[in-house]
Write a protein that binds this ligand. Structure first.
Ligand code: GRG
Length: 292
């Protein structure tokens, strides 16, 4: 199987997992469950859950044992997008190539759907794993999604927007927490299901940190260079808001160089794993040249 076939296989498992593990659209209250499914099942690259499945596979998990963990990660990622798009935050009306959840439903429903996706992630972990593994998965994901990381990164991002210029240090905090935390957790959750040892979990975490930084720099570059139709979300927002990004601080060429440096550091961390992580290495490289 080549890389594209492997990726398609992982994505198909994630789509099936979402269908299976989200509350049914007709379950009461149907409007809430429809909104959760609208947000979660309407496209998206599925990068994070694919990484969970692939990291588990590095440690010999070829069945669907890591699938509930992968879906939990995607639930949290989706909730963060739904809330980020709300009028009180980014106020966006396009996400994943279609109307944002608050546009397709209404603000209150989108807020609740986000809350419910966040909560459902931890239900999935508690329901599908037990003992020490369940505890470790819940600890890892709640830390990544919490006030010190994802939510903290979002808070600093909102604060930075209000200032004329953010510093490199502030930008790094935002990227490491808003973007890299969930990518690290995606990989570590897969490793935990595969019973990886501490050293190997450390390598996955480090790879996720560098991959997350590369991913966010590329995201900044795409915002400046790609169009809305290709991205499936509004392009050019950073420049319009005069937001401090890698592109604003360093220019396009240097930003590209920095993304490549972070990519190579992620590849090095993956190569420290004892088993073949060729798929994760190729995924990391492809993300550097992604178009959306
Ligand atoms: C509201 C707590 C809270 C957090 C919001 C995710 C997020 C934090 C904000 C969205 C804006 C943004 C640029 C975040 C950085 C991470 C990022 C690039 C998210 C988009 O991830 P993709 O490109 O999205 O993997 P898809 O739609 O493909 O899943």
């Amino acid at each position: 199987m080549n890389f594209a076939e492997q990726l398609a296989g992982y994505i198909a498992r994630v789509e099936k997992g979402l269908e299976q593990h989200l509350p049914g659209a007709s379950e009461r209250p149907a409007r809430l469950h429809e909104a959760m499914r609208y947000a979660a099942q309407g496209g998206g690259k599925r990068l994070r859950p694919v990484m969970t499945l692939a990291a588990a596979e590095v440690f010999g998990i070829t069945n669907d044992a890591a699938l509930p963990a992968a879906i939990a990660v995607e639930c949290i990622h989706t909730y963060s997008l739904v809330h980020d798009d709300l009028p009180c935050m980014d106020n966006d009306d396009l996400r994943r190539g279609r109307a944002t959840t608050h546009k397709a439903f209404d603000e209150a429903t989108a807020l609740l759907a986000g809350d419910a996706l966040l909560t459902h992630a931890f239900f999935l972990l508690a329901e599908n794993y037990s003992g020490e593994l369940a505890r470790n998965l819940i600890r890892e994901l709640s830390d990544a999604a919490g006030s010190r990381r994802l939510i903290g990164g979002q808070m600093e991002d909102l604060l930075a927007e209000k200032k004329a210029d953010a510093t490199q240090d502030e930008l790094d905090f935002i990227h490491l927490n808003k973007t890299a935390a969930m990518i690290e957790a995606s990989l570590v959750l897969g490793g935990l299901v595969g019973r990886a040892n501490e050293d190997d979990l450390g390598s996955l975490r480090l790879a996720g940190r560098h991959l997350g930084l590369a991913f966010q720099i590329i995201d900044d570059i795409l915002d400046a260079t790609a169009d809305t139709a290709t991205l499936g979300k509004t392009a050019g927002k950073d420049a319009k808001a005069d937001k401090t990004t890698y592109v604003k601080l360093h220019g396009l060429d240097r930003a590209r160089q920095l993304a490549t440096e972070q990519t190579e550091k992620a590849v090095t961390a993956f190569s420290n794993l004892p088993n073949d992580a060729a798929f994760l290495v190729e995924l990391t490289r492809q993300l550097t040249s992604r178009e959306k």
